[in-house]
Design a protein around this ligand. Structure first.
Ligand code: ZN
Ligand code: ZN
Length: 154
C-alpha cells in the first residue's frame, strides 16, 4: 500500500477527519486535521500517518503536563496498532518503542534543573520547578508528534 492509497482509505473510513499534505506529520486538534508528507513513500510514513490519524480518532487535544502528553502518545500508538491490523498493515514494534523513547528522553531533558541538574516537578504546561534549589524554568509548549529519531538501517 502506498501513502496516497492509505490517505484515500482513511478519508473514506473517517470522513470527519481532514487529511492534508504538508511538510511534516502532525495532528492539529484546532483544525481537526492530520497533516502528512506527501513526498514520503516509505513504510515509516505510513505508520506515522496511522499514528497521527489515531490522535484524531481519540480526540486528543490538550494536556496539562509533559507526562500526560507521553501517555497520549502511548494511547495513539495502541490505537494505531489496532487500525493497522484492520488494514492488514504491520507496524514494526521497534519503531513504536523508538518513538516513545524519544518522547521520554525529551521529557526527561526538559525536567532537568539548569542549576543542579536534578529532575524537577512540572507545575504547569510551561513551567518546571526544582524542589532542591527552588529554581523554576520555562519550557516551550509541546505539540503532538515531535520528529522521531531514525534507526540506522545499514
Ligand atoms: Zn535546582
Ligand atoms: Zn503522536
Amino acid at each position: 500500500m502506498t501513502l496516497i492509497e492509505l490517505v484515500k482509505i482513511l478519508h473514506k473510513k473517517y470522513p470527519t477527519i481532514t487529511l492534508s499534505a504538508a511538510k511534516s506529520y502532525y495532528w492539529s486538534p484546532t483544525e481537526k486535521t492530520v497533516f502528512y508528507q506527501e513526498s514520503d513513500s516509505n513504510e515509516i510514513g505510513i505508520w506515522t500517518l496511522l499514528h497521527e490519524t489515531c490522535h484524531g480518532l481519540l480526540e486528543h487535544s490538550t494536556y496539562e503536563s509533559d507526562f500526560e502528553l507521553v501517555k497520549l502518545e502511548v494511547a495513539a500508538w495502541e490505537r494505531a496498532t489496532e487500525l493497522a491490523n484492520e488494514l492488514k498493515i504491520v507496524i514494526d514494534p521497534e519503531h513504536i518503542q523508538d518513538c516513545l523513547d524519544s518522547y521520554r528522553d525529551w521529557q526527561y531533558k526538559r525536567s532537568l534543573c539548569p542549576r543542579c541538574d536534578l529532575g524537577g516537578i512540572q507545575i504547569n504546561q510551561k513551567t518546571y520547578e526544582c524542589i532542591f534549589c527552588g529554581s523554576s524554568w520555562h519550557v516551550s509548549t509541546a505539540r503532538f508528534c515531535r520528529p522521531y529519531r531514525l534507526r540506522q538501517t545499514s
